[in-house]
Write a protein that binds this ligand. Structure first.
Ligand code: ADP
Ligand code: ZN
Length: 516
């Protein structure tokens, strides 16, 4: 058999695999299921396209984005690979023809919408020799994901309908819980899991607390001018705010376009084209903008309003600096936006999860420790050093060696077998004689009361930092119990030291409202 490297060279002209690609391809060739977490631009397509070219039969790729599907199919055909897209946004005879070719064994890769996959499953399972099934944007299957799509949950049938066929799930964004969910929801069989690094060290990160309208425009103008040969994105909360921002920037003489779901598809396409072609300096957009945009010289991303969760935020800032050159992400934060977001969350039908995610986003905005460490530990990536390229690193607040405090907290959590959420852990550390603490015998553990010298507000601030630094993970699925991470275990053993940012009165601002 020809090697994966040969295929990579022959069809794509690349001489080596990127991290993870070769491992994932190997797993699939051995018939294993796989779960691949790679940042956008990390090269997920190669992971299923190369095995698709090596295995007999036709690969099925489920993708929710029709525009993206069509692009990929064109690219494959340009490389001489027989491929097609099947979805209901094109004439039905095209779909028929593609199926016919696949049945005759003349097709190597079919991209298909989840709706069509579900509708046509009998035909596909009985008539097509399927080599592998890849589920792109797999986070859509999880209720915990930020982009849940009900049609994805029906994809459970895939493992049953294609016995012995490797199934792979791919995504660029999934926190720990979403990952587990993907694997269980699809019934993956001992999948090979690959998690690529999500770090984007070339993007500087900052959050500005409540700048006024004028100041916002000034900051955006200075970005436009600083990077006058390249372009940037201003993300706004609503269509109206997008249009207002666009009008304000146009008035200042900048070349700007709008992008939101209220525009006609033609207008949206024109905006996107103007942006990608570099005809404009800035696009003012809602979250509708960005999926599948392949522009490497986006130099800056401004969030005029706080996003609803870390996944969206990270995905949006990640559109900057794909070329690896220095880029900037600036977020404007004010409390009114949080209140507005809370209303969205209340109406979202997934109130508890979305509210937790918004909470975490808010704490990120209010944090005084390295922001990149918070982001990376959110995606379960260990980050044990400050990045030096965020506002909090550049203007550090007073720090102190928090190792002993962290050891106290970690050892309390270990002694109670990670069975409690943050507030109870704090009460144990402070030696509270609350009835349930006594009843559970927590007053007899060695760490009971060892933190009585600090007030509960101060503990709140420090525990939150410890969570953000990745010493603990929060088990959302188990009443928010705290669990020590491997990094936390090293700290408790004295193998690593940590610094905390000194408590200030203003820290209580939002964490005081925290539910337990
Ligand atoms: P993703 O789906 O993870 O966002 P893509 O599969 O679209 O990423 O790949 C992003 C870009 O990287 C594409 O232009 C692709 O051709 C390129 N690429 C992928 N793998 C390699 C490789 N091994 N060597 C060089 N370029 C690669
Ligand atoms: Zn930092």
């Amino acid at each position: 058999m020809i090697s994966p490297q040969t295929i990579l060279k022959k069809y794509y002209g690349y001489s080596s695999f990127r991290p993870g690609q070769a491992e994932i391809v190997d797993a699939i060739l051995q018939g294993r299921d796989a779960l691949a977490l790679m940042p956008t631009g990390g090269g997920k397509s190669i992971c299923f396209q190369v095995p698709a070219l090596m295995l007999p039969g036709c690969a099925i790729v489920i993708s929710p984005l029709i525009a993206l599907m069509n692009d990929q199919v064109l690219a494959l055909r340009a490389n001489g690979i027989p491929a097609a897209a099947i979805h209901s946004n094109q004439d039905e005879y095209i779909n028929r023809d593609s199926y016919d070719k696949a049945i005759k064994g003349e097709m190597k890769i079919i991209y298909i919408s989840p709706e069509r996959m579900t509708a046509d499953i009998d035909l596909i399972a009985s008539k097509i020799n399927v080599s592998l099934v890849a589920i792109d944007e797999a986070h859509c299957i999880s209720q915990w994901g930020h982009d849940f799509r009900p049609v994805y949950t029906s994809l459970r049938y895939i493992k049953e309908r294609f016995p012995g066929v490797p199934v792979m799930a791919l995504t660029a964004t999934a926190d720990r819980l979403t990952r587990t969910d993907i694997s269980t929801a699809l019934g993956l069989d001992d999948p090979f899991c690959w998690t690529g690094s999500f770090d984007r060290p070339n993007i500087s990160i900052s959050v500005m607390n409540d700048p006024g309208k004028k100041q916002r425009l000034k900051i955006i103008s200075s970005l436009i001018e600083k990077y006058h040969l390249d372009s940037g994105i201003v993300y706004c909360l609503s269509r109206k705010k997008t249009e207002e921002m666009h009008a304000a920037l146009t008035e200042l003489g900048y070349r700007s376009v709008c992008y939101h779901a209220g525009m006609t598809p033609q207008d949206r396409e024109a905006s996107q084209k103007a942006f990608v072609d570099g005809d404009v300096q800035v696009v003012c957009a809602t979250i509708a903008f960005g999926m599948g945009i392949d522009k490497s010289n986006i130099r800056w991303v401004v969030h005029n309003n706080i996003p609803g969760n870390i996944e969206s935020y990270y995905q949006e800032i990640g559109r900057a600096g794909r070329d690896g050159l220095p880029s900037e992400a600036i977020m404007f934060y004010n409390f009114a936006d949080i209140m507005m977001r809370r209303n969205f969350v209340d109406e979202s039908g997934q109130k508890e999860i979305n509210s937790e995610k918004l909470d975490f986003m808010q704490k990120f905005a209010e944090a005084s420790i390295c922001r990149r460490r918070i982001l990376l530990s959110y995606f379960s990536e260990e980050a044990t050093h400050d990045c030096g390229n965020c506002d909090n690193c550049r203007n550090p607040r007073r720090r102190f060696d928090g190792t002993i405090l962290a050891q106290k907290a970690l050892s309390a959590v270990i002694r109670i077998n990670a069975q409690e959420a943050m507030n109870t852990v704090i009460d144990i550390l402070r030696g509270s004689n609350r009835a349930d603490i006594v009843k559970k015998g927590y007053n007899r553990i060695k760490t009971y009361g060892v933190g009585a010298d600090l007030s509960s507000r101060v503990w709140h601030s420090y525990m939150l930092q410890m969570i953000q630094l990745g010493l603990f993970e929060v088990a959302y699925e188990e009443n928010f119990h705290l669990r020590p991470t491997p990094y936390g275990m090293r700290v408790v053993k004295g193998l690593e030291r940590i610094e905390l940012s000194l408590f200030q009165e203003s820290d209580y601002y939002s964490s005081g409202k925290k539910r337990t």
